[in-house]
Write a new protein. Sequence first.
Length: 422
Amino acid sequence: MNNNYYKSPESTWLMRQFWKAAGADRYLLERSTYSDQIKYFCLGGIVVATGVLAGLAGGYAIYTIFEPKGDALDGMLTTTGLKSTKRVEDMIHLPTLFMSVVFGLIWGLIIFNIDRFIVTSTGKGDGTEAITKQEIKSAIPRIIMGIIIALTISKPIEIRMFKSEIDAKISSKQQLFKKQLDDQTDKGIDDKVNPIKFESDSLKGAIEVQRIELNGQRVKLEMEAAGQLPPNPPGRGPAWQDKKENLEKMEAEYKIMKVAAEKRIKVLEKKIDKYEIEREGEYLTNDKKKYSLDGLLLRLQLAHQIAGFWISLFITLLFVVIELTPIFFKMMLIKSPYDFMDDNIKELAKAEIGIEIEYDFYTDKNGLEKHKVVNHPAEIMRRERKNMLLAQEELNRKVIENWKKQKLDDIAKNPEKYFDEE
């Protein structure tokens, strides 16, 4: 709009993009007042911001789901002045990052288009600042969609806000889970190892008992030779000779028993070593299993525990407000030059193609005023077609009557043509 009392401000590229996001007509806004331009610029900005937030939240959620699992605290960079021993590129899994970026872009575009549809399909209300019950009732489906979108955006962001606290709790849970798994492993392995150890210890004990008995027999033999076992005199007499023979017999039996026992002990120790290697292998498996305790659902649950009901609720409500603001904003808009020009363009378009609307033409059974829509080109074509069919019917009737009259005259003159005696 350019005249001697007002000149519409020129739009920038960014302003035009936000107008497009809000579903506004650039042609009309460039001829509207500055307030109209700013209203739809801000409305488009909210729609774009919602799409960006949705993309970030969706991408972060996908990265959290598909990133390689490990100790939750391994990925934390300290902010207390201590240097981290991990490089950033080591902490970020690039294939998962690429997948999350792609998904985030797609998800952001989906939410952007849904939000744009919600905003553009929401009417302008009754043209006053007041939000009526009828306006709320009409907007309920869009409000529900907006709340669902707000929830999908807020929850991943809530997880990111409390990431440090969540990581600490998950690490603690992982260690506890690892201990439980190790205890189960120990019980299973010990059930196999303990009987083997008992047998091995029994064999070692038997060797030791016989060794002690053999040493005792040697002491007795020396005492016999020294005459310390009355009533036998000192020297190597018959008594000493009996003890020596008994000692030699015990030594032979001890050697045979010791060789067999040690052979069996080696077999048993190999079995024990095998089970201990199995124990270490299961420890490593348990170490990997504990990392599975790091899913999106667990992080959501911990976020609610850490933040508490009210903080979690207010974070969610913040995004609900951001998402629903454009809907209620459009209900509160007062009719401005842009709206009147928009109505005028629509009326001109309807007039050009011959559409007439008779507003509040009748009342339905629910007491609502309904409009009558008259499509004049269709009505004209319908009447023309009807008249053509009626005229065709009249012509056909005349042709049949004339044909009938000619046939009757011919029968009267030449009846033999129509009669066969055979």
